[in-house]
Design a protein around this ligand. Structure first.
Ligand SMILES: [Zn+2]
Length: 448
């Protein structure tokens, strides 16, 4: 019998408090919140931090002590046009556009919350001097790449190739992340030139074969959020339909793994997950649900939250990368264990998590979930279409841990919630609720 469970608000509040405290760390305070001059991803950390600070303000009203000092110090770290160097020259720096999309988002959110004249001036200036001069050049975005380069790139990505006037990133497609930042600028300013630029980017990016190009899933989902923002502003279904297509490609076309987490790039299962993309996938799913009332989107969002985001947050409140769980795929042998691959991505996912927590806190009424239970309240496991054990919306796994870690940490593996074919099964254990030593050592086997 399917049983409906309401969203656990207390658990979300715990996650929010941990995240807020993490952002009080020195790495997110002055002066370390600013990157060095001409960083790999100009504007990225500063923008994500500002967006994270405003997101926490929107949830609890608490203001990170760095937020206003960051705003005040901006002109000392940027050029006279209030963007982070390098200056635009004939070459377009893909990672600069991507980073400044987060910067625009932070400024837009700050302006919307506080009505601050300086944030308005800054978001207009960055748009005018960094982005508008690139209008008309997206059709030349290089899609014919050396296959060798399409398998490169670490967690933080890097600028790898100079081609056709573009300085390209290993995070393939990240220039189009800017659909998010620029759509927010359009929402605030109504500037028709910005709409034309966003439309140009959407036209080009939606036509690109993301699987063949091994595009990054995070930037693609972020772009889809921008398309949905444009749909909200214009009611033009062109935007909605492109966002639907991206979500379909993500969930059913090799972007999402079997734990509702993401593959960092299409076509590269031998990588890791990225909480940024998991956050964006939940946001896109619920935005599509709001636009269409199609229950399938709500169900997908709740499964992404309760399974996909379960492990992504760490005991220190930040977020990091996990293994990609998938069945054998092309040349890849398949991975059945969910485990941590990188404790935290402080320069990226820890900050991105904050907007996700805000969005989730705004939609808790939609994130109820169901389990299949017998008369005694015991979970009934069934095999789903992928052969995984599930109970309603909840994935079941068989966790294990090195006995020495269990003994030394004083933490105990929870009792099985149910047993099937000799497997002791549980919902995924949430890392943020465990000691660090346990989170690092846990192995959660998805039984197929
Ligand atoms: Zn990230």
């Amino acid at each position: 019998m399917l049983k409906k469970h309401i969203f656990d608000r207390a658990e979300l509040d715990e996650r929010i408090a941990l995240s807020y405290n993490r952002l009080l760390g020195d790495y997110y305070q002055m002066p370390a919140v600013f990157q060095e001059y001409c960083a790999d991803w100009p504007g990225d950390k500063e923008g994500r931090a500002l967006l994270a600070f405003v997101s926490h303000y929107k949830i609890t009203g608490k203001i990170n002590p760095c937020m206003e000092s960051l705003m005040k110090a901006l002109p000392q770290y940027t050029n006279e046009h209030l963007y982070f160097d390098p200056k635009q020259d004939p070459v377009i720096h893909e990672q600069q556009l991507s980073g400044h999309s987060w910067f625009l988002r932070g400024l837009c959110e700050h302006y919307e919350q506080f009505g601050d004249e300086f944030s308005l001036t800054a978001l207009k200036s960055v748009t005018e001097h960094l982005y508008l001069p690139t209008a008309g050049r997206y059709k030349a975005y290089p899609v014919d790449r050396d296959p060798k380069h399409l398998n490169e790139g670490g967690v933080s990505g890097h600028s790898a190739t100079l081609l056709d006037g573009w300085n390209l990133s290993t995070d393939v497609g990240c220039a189009f992340m800017s659909i998010d930042g620029l759509s927010h600028v359009y929402k605030i300013t109504g500037d028709k030139r910005v709409k034309a630029l966003v439309d140009e980017m959407i036209e080009v990016y939606t036509a690109i074969d993301k699987v063949a190009l091994r595009a990054q899933t995070h930037c693609t989902l972020t772009a889809a959020r921008g398309m949905l923002r444009m749909y909200g502003e214009t009611q033009n279904e062109w935007y909605l339909n492109h966002a639907k297509d991206i979500f379909e490609l993500y969930t059913a076309g090799g972007g999402m793994d079997l734990v509702y987490q993401n593959l960092n790039w299409w076509g590269r299962p031998n990588t890791w997950t990225e909480p940024c993309a998991i956050v964006d996938s939940i946001m896109v799913a619920l935005m599509l649900y709001s636009a269409t009332q199609n229950e399938a989107y709500r169900v997908m969002a709740t499964r992404m939250y309760h399974n996909g985001l379960a492990t992504a947050q760490r005991p220190n409140g930040g977020a990091g990368t996990d293994s990609v769980v998938y069945l054998p795929y092309g040349d890849f042998p398949g991975v059945t264990e969910q485990y941590m691959t990188g404790y935290e991505a402080p320069f990226c996912c820890t900050m991105r998590l904050c907007e996700g927590l805000w969005f989730i806190s705004e939609h808790t009424d939609l994130l109820w979930y169901a389990t299949d239970e017998d008369g005694d309240g015991k979970l009934i496991p069934t095999h789903d279409e992928h052969g995984r054990y599930v109970s309603g919306d909840i994935l079941l796994c068989e966790p294990s841990i090195d006995p020495a870690v269990e003994r030394d940490s004083g933490w105990k593996l929870p009792e099985a919630a149910t047993v099937a074919d000799g497997h002791k099964l549980l919902p995924l254990i949430k890392y943020y609720k465990t000691p660090d030593a346990v989170a690092v050592a846990l192995r959660q086997k998805i039984v197929f």
